[in-house]
Design a protein around this ligand. Structure first.
Ligand code: SF4
Length: 442
């Protein structure tokens, strides 16, 4: 009987991509993937450390794995293992604790004798991670319709609140040829959409020899085997202008969906965050994006309660967001991460005030999302089917990041691209009618 492995991934798209690699390595060795809630011989918790909540969740999952099968091997891997490795070992939560470079030796490590009392601990210094670990994968986990392609790892920006440069090390890029090779594998596997992702994607290429620019990656992708559509996971605002913007405009296969972190709309807070733009610059670039891509989805991360964020500073953030052509928000209450410069700053916002600010922005984000969906009614979009949500009903995502449900009498496998006319907005979201073959091109 084959050994069973259960994987739970927390955090960013980069983590998800890397989990695909671990699953592929393990299944190639005869392991069988099972749900995390069921008995398995190996559990892998690929954790995140961006917030204290994420760290807490990773530890909870480690405990749960040990309860489900007390004799299983339990692996804590990734950023949370780097940050909380000592505590995980002390509390006997895992048999293996593997940092962000060390986790690629997973198979070999599993063969070493280990117990929760005497775990294998391998957490190297992230600052010394030298090269990008090229990990070509064939199939994302969980039968996903779209594939994630990790082109970049690490970050050199050192935003004052962010732990990532300390857990993943400096920025490293996957060489051009390897990006193309991975894209070709996904195309061969039948994926129509690939999400180009990285910890700080806009820094792609700077560490290569000779150095490359992100715009070159987009240009050269045109000449290679590439999927029908490519989504860019996230770009910093100063990195989505000039040449990069020119390349995006020239490539119709790049989805009109741009996630551009804002974090704060107050210049002094941005400065304390060590972010390199002003609210004015952010606003100008966002408006330019809107005028160039009238139907694009434009999203932002916004952090509330950063140390020193006065009610006035929060109001300025709120007002900026309200006026900008954003279509959705990810709102994060500030969570101090030990070891970051911001964790030592005075003036934290806590308790009810923090919750109120987060709620106000989330409500604003919900309004903007609703308005974007209303505006889209009557238009044609290209939906990538993801799941059958009920008998004869399918759900998927459009090129401009609208979640759409539509009926079809014929079965629609996940990953199929379907032209859909958006006809209704219901409490469960947008509903559309699939093109019978005669509708106008979206
Ligand atoms: S750009 Fe800033 S927030 Fe993003 S990973 Fe780098 S340090 Fe963290």
């Amino acid at each position: 009987m084959s050994l069973r492995v259960a994987v739970q991934t927390l955090g960013c798209k980069v983590n998800q991509y890397e989990s695909s690699y671990f699953l592929e390595v393990l299944t190639n060795q005869g392991y069988r993937e099972v749900p995390f809630s069921t008995p398995a011989e190996v559990y892998l918790v690929h954790g995140c450390g961006v917030t204290s909540k994420a760290s807490h969740e990773a530890c909870r999952l480690l405990r749960r794995a040990a309860r489900t099968n007390p004799s299983a091997l339990v692996v804590a891997a990734g950023c949370n293992a780097v940050l909380e490795g000592r505590r995980i070992a002390r509390e006997g939560l895992a048999t293996h604790i593997l940092g962000n470079d060390d986790k690629y030796d997973l198979l070999r490590r599993l063969d070493e004798p280990a117990s929760r009392d005497h775990p294998v601990v391998s957490v190297g210094d992230p600052r010394s991670i030298g090269s990008f670990r090229a990990v070509p994968v064939r199939c994302p986990p969980g039968g996903r319709a779209r594939a994630l392609l990790k082109a970049q790892d690490g970050c050199d920006a050192f935003c004052s609140y962010c732990i990532v440069p300390y857990t993943r090390g400096k920025s490293r890029s996957l060489p051009l040829e390897d990006v193309f090779a991975q894209a070709a594998v996904f195309v061969e596997e039948g994926f129509r959409e690939v999400v180009l992702t990285g910890v700080h994607l806009g820094q792609w290429g700077r560490d290569l020899s000779p150095p490359r620019r992100f715009s070159q990656l987009l240009r050269r992708m045109d000449e290679t085997v590439r999927p029908k559509r490519v989504r860019l996971s996230s770009l910093e605002v100063l990195e989505i202008r000039g040449e990069v913007l020119g390349e995006i405009r020239a490539r119709s296969w790049i989805c009109p969906h741009f996630h551009v972190p804002l974090q704060s709309g107050h210049p002094e807070i941005l400065r304390r965050m060590n972010r390199k733009y002003t609210p004015r610059e952010y606003g100008e670039i966002l408006r330019e994006l809107r005028s160039l891509f009238p139907r694009a989805s434009l999203g932002a991360d916004v952090m509330v309660g950063f140390p020193g964020e006065t009610p006035r500073a929060f109001e300025e953030t709120y007002e900026l967001v309200r006026k900008l052509p954003l279509t959705y928000l990810h709102v994060f209450p500030y969570s101090p991460r030990p070891g970051t410069p911001a964790s030592k700053l005075p003036g934290r916002v806590v308790g009810g005030e923090l919750r109120d600010r987060a709620r106000a922005l989330r409500e604003l984000g919900a309004h903007k999302k609703l308005a974007f969906m209303e505006e889209a009614l009557g238009t044609w979009v290209e939906v990538m089917a993801e799941t059958e949500i009920a008998s004869g009903w399918y759900g998927g995502t459009s090129e401009n990041y609208l979640h759409v449900n539509f009926p079809s009498s014929a079965p629609i496998p996940p990953g199929t691209l379907v032209r859909v006319k958006l006809t209704n907005l219901t409490p469960r979201g947008l509903v559309g009618r699939a093109d019978s073959g005669k509708g106008p091109a979206p």
